[in-house]
Design a protein around this ligand. Sequence first.
Ligand code: NAI
Ligand code: MG
Length: 358
Amino acid sequence: AERRVYKIASIPADGIGPEVISAGITVLQTLSKALGTFDLAIEHFDWSSATYLKTGKYIPDGGHEKLKQFDAILFGAVGAPNVPDHISLWGLRLAICQPFQQYANVRPTRVLRGTQSPLRNCKTGDLDWVIVRENSEGEYAGQGGRSHAGQPWEVATELAIFTRHAVERLLRFAFETARSRPRKLLTFVTKSNAQRNGMVLWDEVCEIVAREFPDVKLDKMLVDAMTVRMVLKPESLDTIVATNLHADILSDLAAALAGSIGIAPTSNLDPTRKNPSMFEPIHGSAFDIAGKGIANPVATFWTAAEMLAWLGEKDAAAALMECVERVCERGITTPDLGGTATTVAVTDAVCQEIEREF
Ligand code: NAI
Ligand code: MG
């Protein structure tokens, strides 16, 4: 049979980004070789805060047109001590997500076998969630401004934008995600008691979209109460949908409850598939541990699996996660998960597991 070929753009960027992306690519190439069913043509882009400091730009002219030719983007993390975070985030990550209309940010979390939740009674299987985050507008739409700069009466506004179009397409995607999972349970999170315009629009649109999904059980929560439920009753949740800001915060909590920020992946999807989607670990550039060789590569392995699944290689994705969990079960983990292994040792162990399996 003919081998399928996927064109992948790799953007490792800053801090531990290059360390974990290099680990992710090693594992992906090992998997591709072992399975023999697909090939990855990977091209590297050195877009980073160092490039920005040199050239004044994160993405060079013509960069988007170039990226558009790829099937997917594998992204590390952006953020450096000598560049303000809002410049790096808007200069690279959001500068890809927004023009490419990657409007659905999908963040699966679960307690992997061989790892432990900080919650006393939470075992593997008790916490198995997918958070769907609106990724194109809301509080991160970029509207607002500052006046009276430097005066005692200086004012700043940050305007949250919610359009019926964007809310509807995102909710439909979230219902479809819930439907694709065994429990068919969607928890819809807002703050419509206090945010009485945008969040009430979300409520109204949700009611309409829900009619298309009578088989999905809909459950509504306010975001503050949701944090309590995530901690006290993790087993009562499955698929979760929320705004850009709310879901950003909830998903960091989710990653911590599952054991470490170092294991969780995130996908920035254009569900219309007109543009390439972008896959990245949920964590940032972690410059406190950059260069030490101890960054947990598991988040990037899981990210790679999510990317393969999106490209249609569902069996390869499941096989990769099985190998990652076996390595965790054998206790080969980085310090954030309580182990003593290095990034390279975990990567080698996963590669050996893949080679043993196939
Ligand atoms: P962070 O995720 O980089 O680090 C938070 C804590 O988790 C640190 O103690 C770090 O050592 C630890 N950690 C993170 N990833 C880890 C891994 N793979 N293995 C082991 N430990 C890990 O978040 P922080 O410190 O808030 O942000 C640092 C920089 O990253 C900032 O410039 C921020 O803007 C940027 N950032 C970028 C993101 C992106 O590119 N998507 C996402 C989040 C933050
Ligand atoms: Mg975040």
